[in-house]
Design a protein around this ligand. Sequence first.
Ligand SMILES: [Zn+2]
Length: 358
Amino acid sequence: MVLVEGETRVAIVSADFLGFPALLGNKARAQVKGIPAQNILIGATHTHSAPDCYGFPDEKGASTADLKYLDSICTKMAEAINEAASKLQPAVLKIATDEAKGKIAYNYYAEQLYDPRCHVIQAIGSDGKPIATVVNYAIHPEVIGNRQGILSPDLIGPLRERLHERGGGFGIFMNSAQGGMVTADNRSPNGKDIGTWAECQRIGTLLADEALRIVEKAPVQKEPKLFCAARNVSFPVDSPLLRNVMKASPLGYPTNDPRHVSTQLNVINIGNGQILTIPGEALPNIGYYLKRKMHGQNNLLFGLTNDAFGYILTKVDWGSFKRYNYITRTCLGEMTGEILIEEGLKFVDACPRPEKLP
Ligand SMILES: [Zn+2]
């Protein structure tokens, strides 16, 4: 989706991958005309049944990334952005936040510790019909998972289809703070996970219906202001595992300073909404805190956007519960969450405030 107001142009891209490293995103950005590279937000849906974009090597050093395929994805992504930018039309917005009800997500580590809020941005054309509906919600689309040998957008596919079918226009899904371990609620009564396409359809359809219900009564914002800023943030890489995989990946991660990675955060003000991007999978407690401190009447977090740095834990959570061993190992370091919170909120505070509706 491309948004334009005055001189400000912003692109929001959702890609059906586990994660989409900045190194690839920048190849797509370089092929886009008329939108500043730093105003192009690229998020991964986090489907667990898509081709590998990380190029992380296994224990034997082999990687499953197909570099030619990945290059073609960057080109197609740029084409999609250019096409959207060539089809601009006047629009008004509806933005809303509410709990999505029903059996959609839960926290696999601690059932109720997740954020059920679903944020929706809908662009409506001058004929009164929605052009696009952006759904922002924290969930692991891993119903199909990576062990069935099936290539799939998981529940995000049916979500988009349902939005379109019900007149929501193009469906665009942006993940949120879904780390450790907010996942799809595909538990059957006997406790086993249901790993079928029918289950993807059930959850995707339900989330789409909830999103449309949530946005329906929202007030129309006739001339919403648009603001976009970008800032680079550096994170120490304490994890020897992550240092080694980045070094050995055929994607060619920058190696001049293996102990730090730097990436882009974005703040977008859109009408009475504010968006902050997260370059990985923040845990839901971080998500709650960031949303609480942001300045919109609707506060959205776009997770796994602009980069894909694994789990993001607070220093208090890092290396704590046995349950957190895995997410601690795949977190850049003890301070990742603290840096994200501090730098993210400093950035948000330095930006103008979004509009307020009465
Ligand atoms: Zn994940």
